[in-house]
Design a protein around this ligand. Structure first.
Ligand code: RP5
Length: 167
């Protein structure tokens, strides 16, 4: 299967925070290519990967990085593919990662998500939503995902009420 989404990690230490996002994309039937490459430690490889993604038909790039988190910005500087940035936790709680990603100079956009796992899940969903614009089957799967979330909230509400009634 051709990968529609590339998930780029600044380090393998970022993997635990993005694992759910990657699994979610796969559960939606999307091909995902996952690579570790750093904007600072392997700058040439990062550029080669981005060129490779373009030639392989990748449609969206998600880049997760922490600290001096330049990865999504550097990637965005080398492609017109939409780049979604996910700030990773850091010794400064990920606030440094978030600010580094979100303050891109005008002209080179990066769509930035929340810090850590929820950001990675939302970036994955957003990538799927971008692709669903031209893919009705994928849109149906995303609608089913929303319906599942609604059911989960209702079940949690019922469970809490039962607990309160018993107590
Ligand atoms: C960033 O530095 C990575 O994205 C990671 O979040 C952070 C720490 O990397 P390691 O020292 O764990 O490889 O580039």
């Amino acid at each position: 299967m051709n990968a529609a989404v590339a998930f780029l990690l600044g380090s393998d230490s970022d993997f635990p925070a993005v694992e759910k996002g990657i699994a979610l994309l796969r559960s939606l039937g999307l091909g995902v290519v996952v690579e570790v490459s750093s904007a600072h430690r392997t700058p040439e490889r990062t550029l080669e990967l981005v060129r490779g993604f373009e030639s392989r038909g990748v449609a969206v790039i998600i880049a997760a990085a922490g600290g001096a988190a330049h990865l999504p910005g550097v990637v965005a500087g080398h492609t017109l593919l939409p780049v979604l940035g996910v700030p990773m936790a850091s010794p400064l709680s990920g606030l440094d990662s978030l600010l580094a990603m979100v303050q891109m100079p005008a002209g080179v956009p990066v769509a930035v998500f929340g810090i850590g796992e929820s950001g990675a899940v939302n970036a994955a969903l957003f990538a799927a939503e971008l692709l669903a614009v031209a893919d009705p089957d994928l849109k149906e799967k995303l609608l089913a995902y929303r319906a599942e979330q609604r059911q989960n909230v209702l079940a949690k509400s019922r469970k809490l009420k039962e607990k309160l009634e018993q107590g």
